[in-house]
Design a protein around this ligand. Structure first.
Ligand code: GDP
Length: 454
């Protein structure tokens, strides 16, 4: 393996910037660009300690630095590794990197360090993906989920499911090949269908958790809707803590969709404040209303806002009736005023109702709790080891389909041989997820999404 080098820290001004080298011979190479103040050589270092000195490219330029030596196989990549910790300016790290490249290092490709760690057996493919998730996690829950995948909890869950399928497959094969051997235990239809149902349940749970986990990573696509003047823009401003939407007393002033990303607890909402939903003859307003109905059909969560100080009218009822099959929270606003709204009509159709005064900032905690509940983020245990990206989700989906196929075939009395084919495919999908049996194309695809330096 060639020696690779790259800047491991962000390309911005910072206290410290790190240039990382990996590969056989990289400690000797580091000795040609780094001089220990003690006069010792890095190649004589036992490793795992910091050496103070300076890095230079042979010209008049040099920088005060600390070098850390790791020896194979006890390093991130499993190879010899040196980290040169310089001052954190972009020019300094670039010059230190160039010095390493002039001495024979190759610029590292995106994710090449983690790929080497994977190829040297330090990480599974799913754990390597978790490294990327750890770096990009924005919220605490997303970071916990990535950490659990990195710790191998996801792998252990997947391995346990795969093992159940392998056991079933081995027993079926033995029973089919040697039905008359006394030592080979019989496989009954019931044992087979029970085993497959159990596996299917676990895969369905994994998928469901993965879908909810996606909301943690990508945020919840949310629409605030309701009649003009009920307080949608004021609520949006309260949620986002800034004055983005236009707030006026004139009905219909939010004509376009205003989008905002806001964080409530551990939940990120990608939230749109929309034009008020009501019958109108104004052409411009009409376009806004149509767009709102379209957004309503696409989004993952609806905050339907009503003016609690007024009775429900036809526009309110039309909205309520159209939301029955959408994850929705009815936000009864203007709770600071005398209430005239027909709550029963709302709660008969919409499961969650929250009272707010967007103007006074009341009810935000209840609204947050309802959002966590409706999106199922409240019940999520990110440390259980959940699937953390689309590739993993696709592997679980294909595995679940194959197990369902096997289960249907077993129930229909199809031969065990044929059931075994579907079980084998499900096992392959799960081993593809952990990387134990992933093709080069899949592995290339995973690492292509990494940043340089990781
Ligand atoms: P939108 O058309 O639904 O976006 O409504 P706006 O947010 O523009 O608000 C319409 C009017 O209702 C403004 O005068 C707001 O100040 C007022 N308003 C909004 N929320 C409340 C509330 O909770 N209580 C009271 N009393 N007035 C509110």
């Amino acid at each position: 393996m060639s020696i690779i080098a790259s800047i491991a820290t962000g390309q911005a001004v910072g206290g410290i910037g790190i240039v990382r080298l990996s590969g056989e011979g990289c400690i000797d190479l580091a000795d040609r660009v780094f001089a220990c103040a003690s006069g010792n050589k890095l190649s004589d270092s036992a490793g795992y300690r910091a050496h103070y000195g300076s890095v230079s490219d042979g010209s008049e330029w040099q920088d005060e630095a600390v070098a850390i030596v790791y020896r194979a196989p006890k390093s991130y990549t499993g190879e010899d590794v040196v980290e040169l910790c310089c001052h954190g300016g972009p020019a300094v790290t670039r010059m230190a990197l160039r010095a390493c490249i002039e001495q024979g290092a190759q610029p590292a490709a995106p994710g090449e360090y983690t790929r080497r760690a994977f190829e040297n057996g330090k990480l599974s493919l799913a754990q390597a993906e978790a490294v990327m998730s750890i770096i990009s996690a924005e919220g605490r829950q997303a970071a916990l989920a990535a950490q659990a995948a990195h710790d191998g909890r996801l792998n252990r869950r997947i391995d346990a499911i795969a093992q159940q399928l392998i056991d079933l497959s081995v027993r079926i094969a033995a029973w089919c090949d040697y039905p008359d051997e006394e030592e080979i235990p019989e496989v009954t239809d019931k044992q087979l269908t029970d085993g497959l149902s159990d596996v299917l349940n676990q895969l369905v749970t994994l998928r469901r958790e993965g879908e909810t986990g996606k909301l943690l990573r990508e945020g919840v696509d949310t629409v605030i809707c309701g009649k003009p003047n009920v307080g949608k823009s004021t609520l949006m401003n309260l949620l986002s803590g800034c004055e983005r939407s236009i707030v006026t007393d004139i009905p219909g002033t939010t004509r376009d969709v205003v989008e905002e990303q806001i964080r409530l607890d551990d939940c990120v909402l990608r939230i749109s404040d929309t034009a008020g939903l009501h019958d109108t003859s104004d052409q411009v307003e009409k376009i806004g209303v149509e767009r709102t109905w379209r957004r309503l059909s696409e989004c993952a969560l609806v905050l339907a806002v009503f003016d609690g100080s007024k009775e429900l009218d036809d526009d309110d009822r039309k909205l309520i009736d159209s939301l029955s099959d959408k994850p929705t929270i009815a936000v009864v606003n203007k709770s600071d005023q005398q209430q005239k709204i027909d709550i029963e009509y709302i709660s008969n159709k919409i499961q969650h109702t929250v009272y707010t005064s967007a103007l006074k900032g009341d009810g935000l905690a209840q609204l947050t709790a309802a959002i966590m509940d409706v999106t199922q983020l409240a019940g999520l245990d990110p440390s259980a080891g959940m699937i953390i990206n689309e590739r993993q989700c696709d592997c679980v989906r294909r595995a679940a389909e194959a197990v369902e196929e096997a289960l249907n075939a077993a129930c229909a009395g199809v031969t065990f041989d044929a059931v075994g084919v579907s079980i084998q495919y499900a096992i392959d999908c799960l081993l593809e997820l952990t990387g134990e049996r992933a093709s080069d194309r899949i592995v290339d695809g995973v690492f292509a999404q990494f940043c340089v330096g990781k």
